[in-house]
Design a protein around this ligand. Structure first.
Ligand SMILES: [Zn+2]
Ligand SMILES: [Zn+2]
Length: 415
């Protein structure tokens, strides 16, 4: 017995998964985003440069492959933003802002838990080449409308923070460093982060650390005049649009490339690891991955697996498209298999959903099968029907039977 790899899943019923992807696609099309797809494998360097070498993703969680002869290091993508930016630069896109989205599996070697997998699925959307803070507001708004109005989620919160520009963070990091130096009870991880990637101390899950950071300096108090005005704009504009949010001063997001706006949509039921969507602005990413010029950008990623978990509790209230009615053709024996396939072929050509039972089962067990499959009707072909070029249509709900000429079955079923 060979089992699936730890942290992966076999998706055996994709109803909710597909409903979610389709809903997101529809919503993004409304806002004039278009779909792209980038490779699942990328050069390892792309993520080392973009995410930063002091992040957990690059340090511990990447699936890296040495490709042998040419010694090129490639990896399974741990996220999509850097790859989208690479594609933008590589294609020499001139029309900006470039509003795109993609979706698919991502890979991180994390400790698996409910809703968190080593192969997980994300939708990633980006607005590349705009420094307008109003784009950030629109991205947040379209996500809020999706979660609230279309997916009918409740019990979640929108957390936002503003990380300022590079200059603001230099000032703030100094303030924070001095503050942390006055503390004596930091955990080991925070002591390391303080030296190497100081903003990430706020991601610490240790309770005593969290309590200490409640009184830490806030980055929104170290903003330059431009950033301060943008931060005010975001808050006011979200209020005008009736998007409720909470300002969470310790929200920094794990990755190095974020600046200014950062946000997360957080489920209030999932437990500690509970963000199901996150994003922010990344103005330097283009030059970090090799562009000669800056392309300020904003984007977000939606965690499909976690959203599916949330939707499972809501599925009765969702507008999930109904499957078309199913008809089952039940030939009595091998002598009728040919005519059964021929009939199925004609019906399927007319967009009627048909399954043919070709296992030579008994009549009784074919009816049971049709019942279990939720068929609307069973199309019975025995020797008599074959001779008369007819079909007995048995309505699976009422049990009523009617003989119909084989020529007219499609018309009969559609009526
Ligand atoms: Zn600033
Ligand atoms: Zn800590």
């Amino acid at each position: 017995m060979i089992n699936r790899i730890k942290g992966t899943q076999d998706l055996l019923d994709l109803t909710l998964f597909n409903f979610l992807i389709e809903s997101v696609k529809k919503q993004l099309a409304l806002y004039n985003f278009h779909e792209i797809a980038t490779p699942i494998i990328e050069p390892t360097d792309l993520f080392k440069r973009s995410l930063g070498t002091e992040t957990d993703v690059v340090n511990k969680e990447m699936y890296t492959v040495n490709t042998g002869a040419d010694q090129e290091l490639i990896c399974l993508r741990p996220e999509a933003t850097a790859a989208t930016m690479r594609a933008f630069i590589e294609a020499g896109i001139q029309t900006i802002p470039w509003k795109v989205f993609s979706w698919g599996p991502m890979f991180r070697h994390e400790r698996p838990q409910k809703g968190r997998y080593r192969q997980f699925h994300q939708v990633s959307l980006e607005v590349i080449g705009s420094d307008s803070i109003y784009q950030d507001i629109q991205v947040i708004t379209l996500l809020e409308r999706l979660f609230c109005d279309i997916l009918k989620l409740d019990e979640y919160a929108l957390h936002i923070n503003f990380l300022g520009c590079a200059q603001d963070r230099i000032v703030f990091k100094k303030l924070l460093y001095d503050y942390l130096t006055t503390l004596t009870q930091l955990c080991d991880t925070c002591i390391i982060r303080k030296e190497k990637n100081i903003l990430r101390v706020f991601d610490c899950k240790v309770k005593t650390c969290q309590e200490l950071y409640a009184d830490a300096p806030k980055i929104t108090q170290s903003l330059c005049a431009t950033c301060l005005s943008e931060w005010q704009t975001i808050k006011q504009s979200l209020e005008h649009l009736s998007v409720s949010y909470s300002h969470v001063p310790t929200l920094v997001r794990g990755l190095d490339y974020y600046e200014k706006t950062v946000f997360e949509f957080v489920g209030l039921q999932l437990g500690a690891q509970n963000a199901f969507c996150g994003g922010g602005r990344y103005n330097q990413l283009a030059t970090i991955v090799g562009s000669k010029q800056d392309y300020p950008s904003v984007g977000a990623a939606l965690g499909i697996d976690r959203l599916v978990l949330l939707l499972e509790q809501k599925k009765d209230g969702l507008l999930i498209p109904q499957k078309p009615p199913l008809y089952i053709i039940a030939p009595f024996s091998k002598e009728q298999f040919d005519i059964a396939l021929l009939l199925a072929d004609e019906l399927q050509a007319q967009n009627i959903c048909v399954d043919v039972l070709l296992e030579g089962a008994s009549f009784k067990s074919m009816l049971r099968h049709a019942n279990k499959a939720g068929a609307r009707a069973c199309l019975i072909i025995g020797p008599d029907e074959q001779k008369a070029r007819e079909v007995t249509v048995k309505n699976m709900i009422t049990g009523a039977e009617e003989k119909v000429s084989q020529r007219d079955v499609a018309i009969f079923l559609k009526a």
